[in-house]
Structure formats: structure tokens, C-alpha cells
Design a protein around this ligand. Structure first.
Ligand code: KG4
Ligand code: ZN
Length: 333
């Protein structure tokens, strides 16, 4: 089965052709990062307009790279949500048009489930059940993937997502959007114990997260130092902040593994590209005999391939969408 997938939830327009769920025939990503950079973050209206311009050329490129014509496609998949409504609408409209014109079934995918399924593309032998730690710009969650179509949310952030905190702190420190990779790079050369920042909900018996207190603490630290004309070491600030985020993510993931007994943890979402998180999680997993999975960076951030992979398992279960499908910016997990 060949699926053509559309992803347009934020600032990447991406289409992929996926064969039998796990085989990437093409994965074309047109990023708007350089466009939004000068505004310090994604401007929703601008994102929508660029998705409109890019969606058809990206779909055609995905078909070409896969060596397919439109007629070779068995089903069309699209990210229904969560995300920016105007951005999502472009992908949904394009996917519906393709499905209608080709008379092929339509599959509506939850973006966060897509992030988790990027692991299935990376690891051909990976099968549910497993645990997933999903850390993106908009979400932070611990999920049990019970089988290909059954998920249980164990915990999530009560306020900011981890990626959001990375981006906001980088911005205050003068780095462009997206800030996560800049903090990651600085942190590699800084002292993680230089400054003690709070670990939100770290000591509490819950799988939920909170990053807004940590974010405020870092911003206060930077503002106070500036006011007092004290010297700031950006590498130490980045390393200390990153440690506070990574410690709580790893601690809760380990507690979830202990509580559920699962022996595989799949890291997912844009922040899964963070080198500190990957290293710390791997170390703790190794100590406990847990297998850690993580997609390559290109499959961690938004891409069409993960949507096509997720859609395959929905299609196999007969879970198709109606032709009056609408985008849902707050699609629950
Ligand atoms: O999953 P994603 O592409 O988009 C959402 O669905 O939200 O995640 C984007 C987020 C941004 O906040 C970005 O700063 C963060 O992932 N990110 C990183 C790194 N690479 C991307 N955060 C920390 N370290 C990185 N290396
Ligand atoms: Zn995403």
C-alpha cells in the first residue's frame, strides 16, 4: 500500500510517499524557518500563505522522488491537528482535493501520534507495546503505545511545553527562532551545575510536567544579572537550564518505565534532537536494561513521513476520514 501524506501543522510543508507503513519512498520538507526567523517565532498568517504556495510543488516533488504517479497512490493521509488552524487547513484542503480527484480513501492523522510513529520508520523491528516520551515545541507527554491504534496518556505538561521553554529562553538570550538547537550547542560547552534552576514538579508523584516556573527563573536570572551589570556566561546558563529540563524528563520517563514494566522507550518530537536529552536518557536506560529508541533528527522535527507511517496502521484498521473533514487545532491526544 502506497500512502501520500500531507503535513502542514506549523512551519514545515511536507509530503511523503510511504510504502507498507515503514518504507520511505520520499519525504520532501519545505521549511519556513528562514522566513519566520526575523519575527522571532512562527507568524501564523504568514505560515498559512507559504503553505498555500508550497503544498502542490512539494506533493509533486514527493511523487517524483518516489517514482510514482498520482494513480499509483492507494490512500491520502493528512495531519488534522493539533497545530495552527490556518496552516492545518491548507494541508487538509489539499489532501481532500487529492483524495476526491483520485477517488482514494482519506486518513486523518493526529500530529502527536505521527511524532511517536517516526520511531517505527527508524527501527524496522520496533513493535508496540512500548513507552514514548514526546517532547516538541507544543507538547510534552509520556504515552503508553499499547498497540498500533491504542494509546494511553500517562502525563503531560500543565503549562509550557519543553520546546517552548527552549525557544523563549534562547530568544531572551538573543538567539533566533528556533532556539532549541542554539541552547543545545551552547550547553555542550557550559557547566550544567553553574546555576541551580528549579525542576518543575520533579519531586511530585505525578507523570505531569511544568516548565513555566523554570522558564521564569531563567529569565529572572538573566534580567537581574543585566540590571546589576553582572557578567553572564551564556554557555553556563544554557547548560544549567538544559540540565533542569533533561533531569525531569528522564526522571519521569524512568518512573513510568518502572510503574508500567515496559522495556522500550521511544523518544519523539523536535526536542528529541537535543544531544543532552539523548545522552542522559540513554545512560539511564542502559543502567536499567531498557531499550531507547530515537529517530534521526530529520524524523524528529515535523515531516510528512511520520504522518504516512501513522496513517498506514489506521488504514489497516479501516479508520478513514469523511470528505467533510475539518482541521482541528486542538485535536486531543
Ligand atoms: O516537533 P517539532 O518540530 O514541532 C512541534 O510539533 O512543536 O518541535 C520543534 C521544537 C522547537 O521548540 C525547537 O526549538 C525544538 O523542537 N528543538 C530542539 C532541538 N532541535 C529542535 N530543542 C532542543 N534541542 C535541540 N537540538
Ligand atoms: Zn511537531
Amino acid at each position: 500500500m502506497k500512502i501520500l501524506s500531507f503535513e502542514s501543522s506549523c512551519d514545515e510543508t511536507s509530503c511523503a510517499v510511504i510504502e507498507d507503513g515503514r518504507h520511505i519512498l520520499s519525504d520532501v520538507i519545505s521549511t519556513q524557518v528562514p522566513i519566520h526567523k526575523k519575527f522571532g517565532g512562527v507568524v501564523p498568517e504568514i505560515a498559512s500563505r507559504h503553505h498555500i504556495e508550497d503544498v502542490l510543488p512539494v506533493a509533486i516533488e514527493a511523487l517524483e522522488q518516489a517514482g510514482c504517479s498520482w494513480e499509483d497512490i492507494d490512500a491520502i493521509a493528512v495531519t488534522q491537528g493539533p497545530g495552527l488552524v490556518g496552516a492545518l487547513l491548507v494541508g487538509v484542503a489539499a489532501a481532500k482535493a487529492a483524495a476526491w480527484a483520485l477517488d482514494k480513501p482519506l486518513v486523518a492523522v493526529n500530529h502527536m501520534e505521527g511524532h511517536i510513529f517516526a520511531n517505527l520508520l527508524q527501527y524496522p523491528d520496533l513493535e508496540p507495546p512500548f513507552l514514548s516520551l514526546v517532547v516538541s515545541g507544543g507538547h510534552t507527554m509520556i504515552v503508553v503505545v499499547k498497540d498500533y491504534n491504542t494509546f494511553q496518556l500517562l502525563g503531560q505538561t500543565r503549562d509550557d511545553a519543553a520546546g517552548e521553554a527552549f525557544d523563549k529562553i534562547a530568544r531572551v538570550m538573543g538567539y533566533p527562532y528556533p532556539g532549541g538547537p542554539h541552547i543545545d550547542r551552547l550547553a555542550q560547552e557550559g557547566n550544567p551545575d553553574a546555576i541551580s534552576f528549579p525542576m518543575g514538579l520533579g519531586r511530585e508523584h505525578t507523570f505531569d510536567f511544568s516548565f513555566s516556573g523554570l522558564k521564569s527563573a531563567v529569565i529572572n536570572y538573566l534580567n537581574t544579572a543585566k540590571m546589576k551589570k553582572e557578567e553572564i556566561n551564556p554557555k553556563d546558563v544554557a547548560a544549567s537550564f538544559q540540565k533542569a529540563v533533561v533531569d525531569v524528563l528522564v526522571e519521569k520517563a524512568m518512573k513510568a518505565a518502572e510503574a508500567t514494566g515496559y522495556k522500550t522507550i521511544a523518544l519523539a518530537g523536535g526536542v528529541a534532537a537535543n544531544s543532552g536529552l539523548r545522552k542522559a536518557l540513554k545512560e539511564e536506560c542502559d543502567k536499567r536494561g531498557i531499550r531507547m529508541c530515537r529517530p534521526d533528527p530529520v524524523l524528529c522535527t515535523d515531516n510528512g513521513a511520520m504522518i504516512g507511517c501513522r496513517a498506514y496502521y489506521m488504514a489497516k484498521a479501516g479508520d478513514f476520514a469523511p470528505m467533510n473533514l475539518n482541521a482541528d487545532p486542538r485535536l486531543p491526544f
